[in-house]
Design a protein around this ligand. Structure first.
Ligand SMILES: Nc1ncnc2c1ncn2[C@@H]1O[C@H](COP(=O)(O)OP(=O)(O)O)[C@@H](O)[C@H]1O
Ligand SMILES: [Mg+2]
Length: 423
């Protein structure tokens, strides 16, 4: 089977690494890929947003399975376009991808499906939104409706922060059309966890829990990033609670999407907040998280290609989905300055030494291949991923590995996993 992975981050290197282990996969292409994916398969210079180019490549090259890494191509209709061309594509159609592509759509589906989530209202009119923001208790949360690369949510602690956020979204249009509609919701308090499931339209198979670390600084301080590290399982959501959590926040969504005529196929990711009254859904994503993908797939003992085909065919109940009982942790090595401006083009060394520790895999994110090996090309550069019998030993191994990898001006958070150890 020939497989085309779409995307260029740490998640896509992880997908390539895992899919290459499948006996079903004979050839692997990654569009556009990075310095790490180039060692797992063949990088193809097509942007992940170029749906027409991707379809042309898939049909010209007899691709048997397309795997979408990021959300944008799914929201733009990659699966629909591949379907029309007769190429199986892992990931929801554009309508179902709106669970991530439109916050108001997701909230409405949650409400209709009876999924616990913060109380909310949706606005397209600035004056009405302004009046609402003036009257609501603080803190309150404002969300630009459309895709905003993880920057479209503001948890406002003061009235002025809420006013400013609304102004930026609806008046200054800093997120473009994504902010023409705004969701205003109640703030929830608690610990966050990521809960992902493979879905085939009607059946959901749980993945183990995981936890991301969004802020740049230790102790969850400073501006949000794409994610500075993740580990799995997250003790806040133990294995014994996975099925009931799927009954609460995944299976009702599958039933509702089927009723709406767009059964959800692919990975459904619920961003949960563990509040005093139990877990509530903050948002859905329609693909693997990056970096949650790195620890999750490091723990998958089964054939990912077979699972993905089963999702597409509606045959998930017959699929073999087994997970290792180990803990996995991914520590992101970033370029200093990220998430603002940062240097690029630094040479990377020490990856073989890190992997020689055993039970360590260094996934590439913002790297590109050069004549002298991989060099940095992005803010999040590498995801150093380690396995261990428990979180403490996995964490210790991951940081030993991190200390063997070098590039100029590297930055890591030293507290990835501490929340889980604290429990
Ligand atoms: N209702 C809420 N109450 C408290 N914090 C929230 C709420 N909604 C979102 N957040 C915080 O904002 C972050 C981003 O919101 P999310 O809905 O996940 O959007 P996105 O990932 O698309 O930016 C969450 O991870 C959480 O920390
Ligand atoms: Mg989120």
């Amino acid at each position: 089977m020939k497989v085309l992975i779409v995307g260029s981050g740490g998640r896509e290197h992880t997908l390539a690494w895992k899919l290459r282990q499948s006996p079903l996969v004979s050839e692997l292409f990654i569009a556009p890929g990075n310095g790490g994916t180039a060692t797992e398969g063949t990088n193809v210079p097509i942007s992940d947003s170029d749906v027409h180019g991707l379809v042309a490549f898939a049909t010209d090259n007899g691709i048997n399975l397309v795997v979408a890494g990021p959300e944008a191509p799914l929201v733009a209709g990659l699966t629909d376009a591949m379907d029309a061309a007769g190429v199986p594509c892992f990931g929801p159609d554009a309508f179902a991808a709106n669970l991530e592509g439109s916050k108001s759509f997701a909230k409405t589906v949650m409400r209709d499906a009876g999924v616990p989530t913060a109380a909310f209202e949706v606005f397209t009119d600035f004056a009405a939104a302004k009046a609402h923001v003036e009257s609501r208790p603080l803190p309150m949360v404002l969300k630009a409706d459309g895709l905003a690369a993880g920057k479209g949510v503001v948890v406002a602690k003061t009235r002025q922060e809420a006013r400013d956020a609304l102004d930026e979204m609806m008046k200054q249009r800093v997120f473009g059309a994504a902010g023409d509609k705004v969701v205003v919701e109640d703030a929830l308090v608690g610990e966050e966890a990521s809960f992902l499931a493979f879905c085939d339209g009607s059946t959901a198979v749980c993945m183990p829990s995981s936890q991301d670390h969004k802020p740049i600084g230790e102790g969850d301080t400073g501006p949000n990033t794409g994610g500075m590290g993740a580990y799995s399982p997250a003790p806040v959501l133990p294995a014994a609670d996975l099925e009931k959590t799927a009954d609460l926040c995944i299976r009702p969504i599958l039933r509702r999407m089927a009723e709406l005529g767009h059964p959800f196929k692919g990975v459904l990711y619920a961003g949960l907040m563990y509040t005093a009254s139990g877990p509530m859904v903050l948002e859905y994503n329609v693909r693997f998280g990056d970096p949650e993908c790195q620890p999750l797939l490091s723990r998958l003992d089964s054939d990912l290609a077979a699972i993905m085909l089963a999702c597409i065919k509606g045959e998930l109940p017959a699929a073999d989905v087994r997970w290792s009982t180990d803990t996995a942790i991914c520590v992101v090595m970033a370029a200093a300055g990220y998430p603002k401006s940062y240097p690029k083009g630094m040479a990377i060394s020490g990856i073989p030494a890190a992997e020689a520790l055993g039970r360590v895999k260094v996934f590439h994110a913002g790297t590109k291949a050069s004549e002298n090996g991989a060099v940095t090309s992005g803010g999040r550069v590498l995801g150093v991923t380690a396995l261990g019998p428990d979180l403490k030993s996995a964490q210790a191994l991951a940081y030993r590995a991190v200390d063997l990898v070098q590039f100029d001006n590297s930055y890591v958070r030293r507290d990835i996993g501490n929340k889980g150890i604290g429990r």
